[in-house]
Design a protein around this ligand. Structure first.
Ligand code: BDP
Length: 747
């Protein structure tokens, strides 16, 4: 993090307000303090604890002696609430608001429209480029008074700026470095909940859904507001409430009233709601005989339904649709195309400014030669056929949120159709609730991936922010990991993935490491040494998971349905649901040949990317087995045989988790006892489960390679049969495997 010296205004502020004894008592950032009180993680990164560094505290107290946040809109009230909560916590004293700037050392927040003081500062030239959501933070002089200003064009922009200011204080940045302007690069920054109406969550590991449909719309617990605060604090401005495997009931009048109530809370924080639209809803709740998108009665039904929604929720965002995938209904049921289906919904939404986010995660019920080719094959020919308000929502990789996948071949190849990059925040395939895997590093890898669609630098980030093809609309979506657990996300560190998604949605070129540092300072501690350790363990964590689960480009090695634990031997299902379909291990070698000699999936990429992935000399080892079927005895870039390198990666994954665990134990003094223990317990589980993954996989693959473990590696404690006969978990939403803990971490 860049830390500059104090700005002159701050020095003035200190000189005016800091009593001499305070200056003498200055402590450095690492000041030793009493053990922190236990926390349960519910405050997320918005803890607003007293600024620990006394020098910084004095500086902030001096600079923010008076607060002016004029305006009467509900969003401005929410901004005032947040600043009250934040500043009183961080500064350890009550906040006093004033109507206008009368004193030096005032924090002034608002827009030129809400505040004559801000209007008087003549910021319009700087504000012009910031759009609706951007903000600037600057220091200035107003009629001889020193002010710190958070200014924006809209109330929501001012709210975002206030969160940015609070973040700067939470991370103990010098006031001089607060001079910033910021505007999101992506227009719609969306969290997709896969929440069902019975409050179960598809792939949720953090308890039940936050949305209490039974009690809505009459009861609106504070939790909804806290949820919206958290989303706004990271710049999220859209929330799709319901599972992509949709239930038409949410479109009935009874449920629209419930959605309206939630939308009312979220609106204060600049968040629009979206709903998943079940394609067969006209039949299921409309009494029609068909859902054929070209049937005028069907189109009329959707138009009426959409109008009804907008009457209740004028700023409704639109529909998210999963159609003709995994058994969901869709236009192909009527021999129509995805474009026919999406356009019919788009026409209903267009008068209201709504959008359709049509998902490209499709694969048919009849397994193809190579499942990953289907989305491209279906959608690429439709480029140019969608209405302006249709966006195609594409998962980061061509398969399904695996711990690592190459970028999806649709990125860069749909110049006429705005694409929404879909990332998964919930860790369906990366250890679910317990394993510590910082996905910021994953998202960064995806966003930085170069599609080579229009030459070097055609990154996925530039697809997401629209700059690659000049998309008129831009959006990014993250599949939520939030539920009613006290810590919201199933584990303290899972919060970081939610946080990182929001920050990267705002700026897809941001650094995951910098984001991890901010999150760590806000969530855990500002002790520099501890911050370094925690950030380091976060930055190594995702690679660790890849290594002990699916190294060298392996994918889909997990147990059936629950997706928990290793099961590379599964073969008795439809082929493309089995691990054997993906790893293709045999006596010769391992991996899925997707070159021209195999499924030729690489032909879906731009010529440069296809060459990069398709050539054994240039393909990075991390994608080797995704695109190739090398012999066991072939040599990898590390100069090892494929078998020996596989072994090396699996063992390295386990070793990294052990190192992460040691690092965590090393920061004990900086963390409250309860949260320290929560993480420590989960790391114990992760260490055991990492060994489980490693040993099961290597025993199994060893039956094909018939090669021994190279010297120096401790062999698995049980034979392959033992791992294959395990039956766990009992509860797929909080999966555990007691036999594994007995074996690997006997207490
Ligand atoms: C897969 C999940 C499944 C989802 C599907 C989707 O296993 O539960 O419904 O993705 O994205 O990863 O539609």
């Amino acid at each position: 993090m860049v830390r500059r010296t104090l700005a002159s205004f701050a020095i003035v502020a200190l000189a005016v307000h800091t009593a001499p004894h305070l200056a003498e008592r200055r402590l450095d950032r690492n000041a030793v303090r009493a053990p922190a009180a236990d926390e349960d993680g519910h405050d997320l990164w918005l803890r607003y604890r007293l600024v620990a560094n006394t020098q910084q505290l004095a500086e902030y107290r001096a600079a923010f002696s008076h607060l002016v946040v004029p305006g009467s809109s509900p969003t401005t009230a929410a901004t005032r609430d947040e600043l009250t909560r934040g500043l009183s916590g961080l500064l350890g004293r009550p906040v006093s608001f004033e109507k206008s700037v009368r004193w030096s050392n005032t924090l002034l927040v608002g827009t030129p429209a809400t505040s004559s003081d801000i209007a008087a500062l003549n910021l319009s030239a700087r504000l012009r480029s910031l759009g609706d959501d951007g903000f600037l933070i600057t220091s200035s002089t107003l009629a001889g008074k020193h002010v710190v200003v958070v200014a924006a064009n809209t109330n929501v922009g001012a709210l975002y700026g206030s969160f940015a200011l609070l973040r700067a204080m939470q991370t103990q940045r010098d006031l001089a470095s607060l001079n910033e302007t910021s505007a999101p690069r992506i227009e719609r920054r969306i969290i997709d909940h896969w929440d069902n109406l019975d409050r179960t969550i598809e792939r949720g590991y953090a308890g039940k859904s936050l949305w209490n449909w039974q009690q809505l719309p009459d009861s609106l617990p504070a939790l909804y507001r806290d949820y919206a605060r958290a989303e706004a604090s990271i710049g999220i401005n859209g929330v799709s409430l319901t599972n992509v495997n949709a239930n038409a009931k949410v479109l009935t009048p009874e449920y629209i009233a419930k959605v309206k109530a939630l939308a009312g809370v979220f609106r204060l924080y600049g968040i629009r709601v979206y709903l998943t639209a079940r394609f067969s809803a006209p039949i299921e709740i409309g009494g029609l005989k068909t859902a054929d998108p070209l049937d005028p009665g069907v189109a009329a039904w959707w138009t009426a339904k959409t109008n009804e929604i907008y009457r209740a929720i004028p700023d409704f965002g639109g529909f998210v649709v999963k159609a003709n995938s995994e058994g969901q209904p869709g236009p192909q049921d009527y021999h129509r195309t995805h474009a026919d289906g999406a356009n019919m919904l788009a026409d209903a939404l267009v008068p209201h400014g709504g959008v359709v986010m049509w998902r490209a995660f499709v694969y048919s019920n009849t397994p193809a030669q190579d499942r990953i080719k289907q989305a491209y094959d279906e959608f690429k020919p439709l480029d140019g056929q969608f209405r302006d308000n249709v966006m195609l929502q594409v998962k980061n990789g061509p398969l399904d949120f695996q711990p690592r996948e190459p970028f999806h071949p649709l990125f860069g190849t749909m110049p006429k159709t705005p694409l929404v990059v879909e990332l998964q925040i919930t860790k369906e395939y990366l250890g679910e609730d317990t394993h510590l895997a910082y996905l910021g590093a994953y998202y960064e890898e995806v966003l930085k991936a170069d599609t080579w669609a229009s030459g070097r630098g055609s990154t996925v980030a530039r697809v997401a922010d629209g700059s690659l093809h000049g998309y008129k609309r831009t959006a990014i979506a993250g599949v939520s990991n939030v539920g009613v657990d006290r810590d919201w996300s199933g584990s303290h560190f899972n919060q970081a993935n939610w946080y990182a998604f929001g920050r990267l949605a705002w700026d897809p070129t941001a650094s995951a490491e910098r984001i991890a540092e901010d999150w760590t300072r806000m969530t855990w501690t500002n002790d520099d040494a501890a911050v370094r350790s925690i950030v380091h363990l976060m930055m190594t964590s995702r690679e660790a998971v890849v290594n002990y689960m699916e190294p060298l480009g392996l994918v889909h090695m997990m147990g059936t349905d629950h997706h928990y634990g290793p099961a590379p031997w599964i073969r008795n299902l439809r082929p493309d649901w089995t691990p054997v379909y993906y790893h293709r291990a045999d006596s010769v070698g391992i991996g899925f040949d997707r070159t021209a000699n195999g499924s030729d999936a690489i032909a879906q990429y731009s010529p440069q990317a296809a060459r990069h992935f398709g050539d054994r000399d240039s393909v990075p080892d991390q994608y080797l087995l995704f695109f190739h079927h090398p012999r066991w005895s072939d040599t990898t870039r590390a100069g090892l045989t494929v078998w020996n390198d596989l072994v090396r990666h699996y063992y390295a994954g386990v070793d990294t988790v052990a190192a992460m665990h040691r690092a965590w134990r090393g920061v004990r003094a900086s963390i409250d006892a309860q949260r320290f223990k929560d993480v420590d317990d989960f790391l114990t589980i992760q260490e055991a489960e990492a060994k489980w993954w490693r040993d099961a996989a290597l025993l199994y693959f060893g039956t094909f390679s018939r090669m021994p473990l190279p010297p120096g590696y401790t062999p698995p404690p049980r034979p392959l049969d033992w791992y294959m006969s395990l039956h766990c978990p009992a509860d797929a939403t909080k999966p555990r495997c007691p036999d594994i803990y007995k074996l690997y971490s006997p207490q």
